[in-house]
Ligand binder design. Structure first.
Ligand SMILES: [Zn+2]
Ligand SMILES: [Zn+2]
Ligand SMILES: [Zn+2]
Length: 736
């Protein structure tokens, strides 16, 4: 009996949970009240429908029916991994508790989910916990409805659960009673470790010692790419970073993402952790193991970067880890539970009081994004080429995969295939439509074509920036939007390189309208110009009539082949007609960064633009340039010329800020003006560049001052991690 009531509860999958109660009215009323007030911390009640039934009492007891296969499929919610909860953390520290110091302590409210589920329904035998039969003690708790671990599929204890062990980089066991704490000590002493977590391996190191960090940079081929760090506690994080209340909320949330925090004036970690940036990616421990790493050391944080060789997915298998990471690390901290699904950490930042996803993965994936309308068809979409995710759209739910990475080689390609078919299995969806990018040569386009051919489904190709804008529109339940979409590169409907766009899209149309864009600028050497922004600057400066020869000769040392390359560039510039061009906003920001001497090489995605933002923060719009429009094209040549001419007269900070202000003003005013003339009420900002706080703030001010509503992404990444979602929206809602 439940509060003196009889009946049952059963999971009806997509149709929700059904509870039948028999008993007196007062007790039932009381139950209904408790249902909301005393529900478990992670439970969420979307809607509560109740009806009084006639008939006589039939039940003696209250029964919890086991979930049926049918009930758990067709789009039921697949839980994400959840950080250790407070009651478990307390037990971890309680010498009287049987799970005292057990590194994988979990309960119904916490622990891994997505990364251990092999198939549905979510029962232990369908997870990688099946290899760990419950001991008598755990089984008793598992079967006790009054216990916090009732039907907790991850329940385990030191006797029956996964074990941790330490090895050398050759895989030889290191004898110790306490592998986790010894690992913490080794980190603190300056060793590099690979640490197996829920969804993959982290590479961990001290945040204070230069030697391991330099070694890591050398072997991971990451000259300056910032390392994410794990702070021992919120208080520790507050000692080296500024933490707003919104940031605190995210850091301590059950999803425990990495949050980009502004370095504080007392920042005392090594400058190699996040070089030349104003912020640093910080997360808090999310497993018992993480907490225990800090037990016997005084370090306030460790580097915890996902262990993936360049352009490859995160390492997830013990044998593979030894082979791939053996030369990078000194030791391995393994555990013996298999990883069913890889999953990198999520990365977020906060603009004002708004969360921005840089990567939506652990803790969030694959919880569906709820849409306002039901899709016309079931869609699978494969995203773009960089920072990829895939997505399944089923009715009003969009299941976005975990972060896949850059789909450039066989490993990431097969990770994308695995992750997508896993989503298929979990959602039990048979897609009628396959969506992908418009680029004819993307790996994802080729894969989508193969999938569509194999299943006889329809293939829908969605232009990159259209996908960005459509995703933003659907996330906010809008019917139409005029959106500024800024990023590094997207294949345009005319085959050209786009990236600084003003796009109109509406829910039921498969077509986009390009309302305007940034001026096309020469991309000298194609991909080389993305890697070395100085090439892009040279193109812009030359258009502006600046003596580019003098400038290039002065800065030629920043090109890999120095003066020879500079001369070659000058020759190319004379033959302007053959140079490919781009309207990319990312490239313009890179170009400004090179002109100002802030960054000359882009060794990781967004590097130059991120460093420029760091320099510009707190600056003033001294140049105060009025947007120069040529029809619907926003000039950037005069802007770069003005920036260049004022070097030495105005501070780099103010020039960097002025360039931001110019771009934001140009794009936002054009979008607002177009929206007004077309009678559209909503203006948005999407694309990877929308993670830039300065641009987003200025645009919001301009758009809202015209009485229009301004939208940015909150639930879906603004960058290319959100492309699969936008593609699915276009393919799912359009009338064909
Ligand atoms: Zn717990
Ligand atoms: Zn046990
Ligand atoms: Zn993009």
């Amino acid at each position: 009996m439940l509060n003196g009531l009889a009946g049952y509860v059963r999971n009806r999958g997509d149709a929700g949970v059904e509870i039948l109660l028999e008993g007196d009215d007062q007790r039932i009323e009381c139950f209904m009240r408790d249902l909301n007030a005393e529900k478990p911390p992670l439970a969420q009640i979307d809607q509560l429908n109740s009806a009084k039934l006639s008939g006589k009492n039939e039940y003696q007891n209250f029964t919890i029916y086991k979930s049926s296969q049918e009930a758990e499929t067709s789009g039921s919610i697949i839980p994400p991994d959840i950080a250790i909860c407070n009651p478990c953390l307390k037990e971890l520290r309680d010498p009287k508790n049987p799970r005292f110091e057990y590194f994988f302590i979990t309960c119904t409210d916490c622990g891994p989910r997505f990364t251990i589920i092999e198939r549905l329904p979510y029962d232990r035998e369908n997870t990688t916990m099946k290899e760990f039969p419950l001991c008598g003690f755990c089984l008793k708790e598992y079967n006790d409805p009054a216990n916090r671990r009732f039907h907790a599929q991850t329940v385990a204890c030191p006797k029956c659960g996964p074990q941790a062990y330490l090895t050398t980089n050759q895989g030889e066991p290191v004898q110790t009673e306490d592998p986790v704490r010894l690992a913490g000590k080794l980190l603190s002493e300056g060793h590099i470790l690979a640490i197996k977590g829920y969804g993959g391996f982290h590479i961990a190191a001290s945040t204070l010692k230069e030697k391991p960090l330099k070694a890591l940079r050398a072997t991971k081929h990451r000259c300056e790419k910032p390392f994410a760090i794990m702070a021992r506690s919120l208080d520790a994080a507050k000692r080296f970073a500024e933490v707003s209340s919104k940031e605190e909320e995210l850091l301590t949330s059950p999803a425990r993402p990495i949050v980009l925090l502004n370095k504080s004036s007392s920042y005392n970690l090594s400058s190699i952790v996040a070089p030349n940036l104003h912020n640093v990616g910080v997360m808090l421990p999310y497993t018992g193991l993480h907490y225990m790493l800090f037990d016997q050391v005084v370090d306030s944080a460790f580097v915890m970067t996902s262990a993936n060789p360049p352009n490859q997915p995160i390492v997830n298998d013990n044998e593979h880890a030894l082979k791939i990471l053996g030369r990078t690390v000194d030791y391995f901290l393994f555990h013996n539970r298999k990883i069913a699904q890889r999953c990198d950490d999520s990365v977020m930042r906060v603009h004002g009081n708004q969360q921005v996803f840089l990567r939506r993965s652990r803790g969030y994936a694959p919880v569906p994004i709820r849409l306002k309308q039901k899709s016309k068809r079931c869609v699978v979409s494969l995203g773009g080429e960089l920072n990829n995710t895939s997505c399944i759209l089923l009715n009003d739910q969009a299941f976005i995969s975990q972060h896949i990475g850059d789909v450039e080689n066989i490993e990431t390609r097969s990770f994308l295939q695995d992750a997508t078919s896993h989503l298929h299995r979990l959602t039990n969806c048979k897609p009628e439509t396959v969506a992908c990018d418009l680029h004819p040569k993307f790996t994802t386009t080729i894969l989508a074509r193969e999938m569509a051919d194999a299943n006889g489904s329809q293939l829908v190709q969605v232009q990159h920036h259209h996908a960005h804008a459509a995703g933003l529109m659907a996330e906010h339940g809008l019917d139409e939007i005029v959106s500024v979409v800024c990023d590094g590169y997207g294949y345009g409907t005319d085959g050209e390189a786009w990236g600084g766009e003003v796009i109109f899209c509406e829910r039921e149309s498969a077509n986009l309208k390009r309302l305007g864009h940034l001026e096309a600028q020469p991309l000298l050497g194609g991909d080389l110009a993305s890697r070395y922004p100085i090439r892009f600057s040279a193109g812009m400066l030359s258009k502006a009539g600046v003596n580019v020869e003098k400038w290039l000769m002065k800065n030629g040392n920043h090109l890999p082949n120095g003066e020879t390359e500079a001369k070659f560039i000058l020759n190319q510039l004379k033959n302007d007609s053959s140079i490919i061009k781009t309207t990319s906003c990312g490239r313009v920001l890179d170009g400004v960064a090179a002109v100002l001497g802030v960054s000359f090489e882009r060794t990781y995605e967004g590097e130059s633009a991120m460093k420029l933002e760091s320099v510009a923060l707190g600056g003033k719009d001294i140049l105060n340039l009025k947007p120069l429009l040529n029809g619907n094209v926003i000039d950037t040549t005069n802007m770069i010329s003005m920036v260049y001419q004022n070097i030495g007269k105005i501070s780099t900070k103010d020039l960097a800020y002025s360039a931001h202000a110019y771009l934001a003003r140009g794009l936002a005013s054009l979008a607002a003006q177009k929206a007004s003339t077309q009678g559209v009420k909503s203006v948005g900002f999407s694309g990877g560049v929308a993670c830039n706080q300065i641009l987003a703030e200025i645009m919001r001010e301009i758009v809202e001052s015209t009485g229009l509503r301004f939208f940015v992404h909150e639930a879906v990444p603004a960058g290319d991690g959100g492309i699969s979602f936008g593609q699915a929206v276009v393919a799912g809602f359009s009338r064909f």
